[in-house]
Design a protein around this ligand. Sequence first.
Ligand code: HEC
Ligand code: HEC
Length: 301
Amino acid sequence: MKVVKWTGIIIGSLLLLLVVIISVLFFISKQHENQIYNIDITPINIDYNDESILEKGRHVATIRACVECHGANLGGRTFIEDPVVGLLMATNLTSGPGGIGNEYSDEDYIRAIRHGVRKDGKSVIFMPSHEYNVIDSDDLAALMAYIRSKDPVDSTHLPETKIGFPFRLMYVLSDIHLFPARLINHSIGIPEPVAERTPRELGAYVATTCIGCHGDNYGGGKIPGVPPHWPDASNITLGGVLADYSETDFFNAMRNGITIDGREMEQEFMPWQVFGYMTDEELSGLFEYLQSLPVRATGTR
Ligand code: HEC
Ligand code: HEC
């Protein structure tokens, strides 16, 4: 009888401990979610009607992958739906019903894009704003003009974001970027445009869009926070596959989605269709920049 009693007490205590741990993790994730950021945005000059600026804005929205999550019409869409991760919706950026266009000033958009902070002061959920705070004022103004130029889209039929319960808990214990405002140094202002970038500087400028998947050091590996069926991101330093790539192979991967060993990459995992819009200068600068990076072992992100 004693043994049964003690087994009961041990199992009971373990269950209680588990409940306590889960509650603490849940509480921390809620605290991060509800943290309020007060950020002033210095207005920038935006020309909404110049065709060449709108074209530039379209280019920025494409190569920075905005269209990949928010949809080509910027009308918002579900970009991850998974039992663990939950349902992640990218906002409708237009002025149609369900969109933020009528409510948000340009500064409100810019706060979300480069600080990861919504109009309600909370962090955006899972949107990679930490990759975007390098975008200079010229590109930001063009992007903003392009967003404003889009036709209104009705998104009221779309469901709302629901962060999966297990995902919340995993977030606290890992480096998933669920609340990106936490990752950003908010004291850095909008960078001034650079008149003439060297190819490598241009490459470094556009390469921030790769870090969410390939890692801060471009060493590749398991991408934090994506569903388990996703492949690992490749090591795109000279410590990995990049060592075998010529510039032509690199262009073929980025424009046609074909790896050096002839494999076709899936757009859902490696969004080459948007990167394919990079200019020759951007792609060749990117290649040069990646080659100049410290060599990383594969999987070390
Ligand atoms: C990986 C997917 C992804 C990419 C890439 C992305 N976004 Fe988002 N974006 C989201 C998600 C998800 C939300 C909703 C965040 C939330 O619910 O808090 C969002 C929200 C926003 C918001 C509104 C935030 C608010 O106040 O509610 C703006 C503005 C925005 N994105 C602009 C952009 C622009 C511009 C780009 C490209 C430079 C971009 N996004 C790229 C996923 C993405
Ligand atoms: C949304 C995630 C994501 C983003 C963003 C992303 N990649 Fe990838 N990339 C991947 C994944 C996953 C793979 C592996 C695909 C596979 O094996 O099928 C990959 C593979 C590659 C490859 C092929 C390497 C090989 O294995 O032969 C190259 C080159 C590459 N990425 C470059 C880039 C560059 C440069 C950027 C930024 C401009 C970038 N990627 C942005 C996810 C991403």
